[in-house]
Write a protein that binds this ligand. Sequence first.
Ligand code: ATP
Ligand code: MG
Length: 167
Amino acid sequence: MNEESVSYLPVTQHDPATHDSPAVQGIGDRKQIRISGPQDIVEARQKGRIMTQEIGCTPTQSTLVATAISELARNIILYAEHGEITLVKIAGDGKVGLQIIATDKGPGIQNIARAMINGFSTSGGLGLGLPSLKQIADSFTITSKPGQGVRVDMLMWLGDKSGQVKA
Ligand SMILES: Nc1ncnc2c1ncn2[C@@H]1O[C@H](COP(=O)(O)OP(=O)(O)OP(=O)(O)O)[C@@H](O)[C@H]1O
Ligand SMILES: [Mg+2]
């Protein structure tokens, strides 16, 4: 089956990793965390929290980011066994934020639109993970190639650039 890529919010100038965009730039090092067990979820959450603190965002935003990272990592372990989370601080249009990319080489998602429906789950879960991520993201793109894996790429703008970025 062919690759399917679905963007749920306008991916205008986002995504420094995949789009050559002058409007959004990665700041500092990207953090890559291999995900294959629960301890890796803890590590990815912690790295995300540190990066949000460096950006200077509110504790609520920090928790939201940690929750998003957890959900993506949980999906990796549940459906693909292992994969990777990449975190990149971003800046653009006077804003700062975080890009969270989850990749795996698992079975892929057969039908992305269906997977994005509230309550759809193939594991007996609540089926709320991906739809919730879409809600909290400023840009959200899923790419899947059945048999070859999934890439979820989300951006969250988190604060004002002026004076808050320590990176
Ligand atoms: N990385 C992935 N690889 C393959 N399939 C996936 C992946 N992530 C999600 N899916 C598919 O998309 C469905 C919906 O995912 P979602 O995270 O929204 O819900 P869930 O994991 O089933 O339940 P919840 O996250 O609410 O506990 C999953 O049931 C699964 O079929
Ligand atoms: Mg889930």
